[in-house]
Design a protein around this ligand. Structure first.
Ligand code: SF4
Length: 345
């Protein structure tokens, strides 16, 4: 049976009119589906029982459920979420002094197979629907109020999966998260992170120009990037630079590069030098991320000395560089660790 949240307002209107209902009913149902995030058809109290039964007979409405929660000493919370077909994804809530950010998943599993990532070790399961993407943000907003006493302020699409390989559903979900029919959240508070899907970056520039873009770069040396990120074989650094130039020209936005420092792999001064050269092509900000060591990969965290030297080099070249401390080091906070454990059980 079809997921009702895969239907656009126009499709829902057509369906209701064909079944003898008035067109305005579709907008009421749509509001229950998104703005009120109704748990089931029975809760749609301002529509007739006959219409509720019509919907029940033709569509399914199933939400994601919390299967497990881990709370870190730093107050970040990681959630294992179960989808209607039994698969698992992850979501992380990260509080800081002035905001609460949620990191959501875009796919169950991931086909990208990045060497440092626990999700990559799981392989690809399936794309998340627009409803499942929206559910995570809606649920995060409720949890933020319950756990931290404030509304959700930021969304990063940086959890399990490659969002630009699920671009159509991401686009629908973003339109509803930022639209009045949904959560009316400012697009400037949302960032999408990609491993570097070049066509998807260009499509994003057209469809969602106000959303922030982050690129998991991790090396500006082609051969090295291919070793740790297999996607680099088809989406080369040259091709990626072309897509990012297009993105910047069409959106005017600065690009964020995520750079995970892996001990002895990509943290030398030569790596920093190549990164600085690559970054001269467009306005960028570089987030240096400390690695969360985990049992799924052989990588280690860079030493503090190496990290400081790497960052100092970039700062001397007038780059905007920020260190992102790992949150939730005492829980399975690295992407895919919790779901990977669950899948193996
Ligand atoms: S880092 Fe992101 S893109 Fe790479 S395997 Fe993990 S989830 Fe996929």
């Amino acid at each position: 049976m079809q997921d009702i949240r895969d239907e656009s307002l126009m499709q829902l209107t057509d369906f209701l009119v064909k079944n003898g209902e008035q067109a305005f009913r579709a907008r009421q149902v749509y509001e229950w589906l998104w703005k009120k995030n109704a748990p089931d058809f029975a809760s749609m109290t301002n529509i007739s029982s006959a219409l509720r039964q019509l919907l029940q007979n033709n569509y399914r409405l199933q939400h994601i459920k919390v299967a497990a929660e881990q709370i870190s000493k730093d107050q970040s919370r990681k959630y294992l979420l179960q989808l209607h077909d039994g698969h698992y994804i992850e979501m992380v809530l990260i509080p800081s002094s002035d905001r609460v950010t949620v990191c959501i998943s875009s796919q169950a599993g991931c086909a990208m197979a990045c060497a440092f990532c626990a999700t990559g070790a799981m392989g690809f399961v399936r794309n998340l629907s627009a409803g499942e993407l929206y559910d995570q943000v809606y649920m995060a907003n409720e949890l933020a109020q319950k756990c931290y006493g404030s509304h959700l302020s930021n969304v990063v699409i940086m959890g399990m999966g490659e969002p630009l390989l699920n671009a159509d559903n991401i686009n629908v979900a973003l339109n509803i998260i930022t639209g009045r029919e949904g959560m009316a959240m400012s697009p400037a508070r949302i960032t999408l992170s990609t491993a570097g899907v070049c066509e998807g970056i260009k499509q994003l520039a057209q469809e969602q120009p106000k959303i922030g873009l982050a690129v998991s770069l991790h090396s500006a040396i082609q051969s090295k990037r291919e070793q740790i990120m297999p996607i680099a074989k088809s989406q080369s650094l040259v091709k990626l630079a072309d897509a990012l130039k297009y993105y910047h020209q069409n959106t005017g936005q600065r690009i964020t590069f995520e750079y995970l420092l892996l001990g002895g792999i990509n943290d030398s001064l030569e790596d920093a030098k190549q990164l600085a050269v690559y970054c001269r092509q467009f306005p960028v900000k570089i987030n240096i991320i400390e690695y969360n060591e985990n049992s799924h990969t052989v990588f280690t965290r860079s030493s503090q000395q190496q990290r400081d030297a790497f960052m100092s080099y970039l700062e001397e070249k007038n780059m905007i560089v920020q260190l992102r401390h790992s949150k939730g080091c005492d829980i399975d906070a690295a992407c895919g660790q919790l779901a990977n454990k669950k899948c193996k059980k």
